[in-house]
Design a protein around this ligand. Structure first.
Ligand code: NAP
Length: 252
């Protein structure tokens, strides 16, 4: 019996990296999965990978910063699979690596719009569906940059501190209604996002490795494990928690 057997899960940012690994892990552990992302090719590929492994998945194209698209994505879960039990609100972008005083306003708005407003919009439309089904569990992807400061990432950091904040607010508001809400804070994970960052700034690699006591970058599947567990009934007394999965990055 899988950790989330028979449940319906929605995962955003599921065309790539952590979101793809999460969608696959939810499916492997018995959930039917709605794969949500702006990137159509990657999303269809994730859904196909899940179906080829014997799971059930549907891809839906959605920009999480647009309310009507998020509402439609959440409706797909209910229309296709009858309910919504679990959500991993994970879509995010890094934005440029630029110090605070030089940071472009347009990038500030874009990063906050996707990373923070996007997570809020997801919860806004997921929670009523979960309430209608008698409860549920949400995990939002924040970051270690939502726990400590990172030079050159003012908007990203603001968005991720914000994600940890609204996670706690929603956890308090819906605890009595049977909805648990947690966040996961990845350290440095080997995904296209980090590949882009280190390709543009190769000098960062030794510093990132040196800052990770486990001495290596994490793998997307290692974040997916945490997300699925947090959404499973095994985590029934865990809510309002920010879980670092970071090789002890912030333990120092
Ligand atoms: P990734 O490989 O770039 O995957 C992110 C996915 O989200 C991509 O498919 C991307 O599509 C999609 N996306 C971007 N904007 C979107 C939007 N407006 N609506 C819907 N989907 C959108 O990155 P990742 O590393 O897996 O990151 C996943 C999450 O983990 C992010 O929230 C990130 O901040 C967080 N995180 C990552 C790390 C790390 O080290 N990798 C560390 C801490 C936190 P496009 O490629 O077309 O933009």
């Amino acid at each position: 019996m899988g950790l989330v057997e028979g449940k319906v899960a929605l995962v955003t940012g599921a065309s790539s990296g952590i979101g793809r690994a999460s969608a696959q892990a939810f499916a492997r552990e018995g959930a039917k999965v709605v794969v949500v992302d702006v990137m159509v090719d990657g999303g269809e590929e994730t859904a196909t990978m899940i179906r080829n492994s014997g799971g059930e998945a549907t891809y839906f194209e959605c920009d999480v910063s647009k309310a009507a698209q998020v509402e439609a994505a959440v409706a797909v879960a209910v229309d296709t699979y009858g309910r919504l039990d679990c959500a991993h609100n994970n879509a995010g972008i890094e934005g440029p690596l630029t110090p605070t005083a030089d940071y472009p306003e347009a990038d500030w708005d874009r990063v906050l719009g996707i990373n923070l407003k996007g997570v809020w919009l997801c919860m806004k439309y997921e929670i009523p569906r979960m309430l209608a089904g008698g409860g549920g569990a949400i995990v939002n992807t924040a970051s270690v940059a939502g726990l400590v400061g990172f030079r050159g990432l003012p908007a990203y950091s603001a968005s991720k501190f914000g994600v940890n904040g609204i996670t706690k607010v929603a956890a308090l508001e819906y605890a009595q209604a049977g909805i648990r809400v947690n966040s996961v804070c990845p350290g440095v994970i080997q995904t296209p996002m980090v590949d882009r960052l280190v390709a543009a700034h190769p000098e960062m690699t030794p510093a990132l490795l040196a800052g990770t006591p486990l001495g290596r970058f994490g793998q997307p599947a290692e974040i997916a494990e945490a997300a699925v567990w947090l959404c499973s009934d095994r985590a029934s007394f865990v809510t309002g928690h920010t879980m670092a999965v970071d090789g002890a990055f912030i333990a120092q």
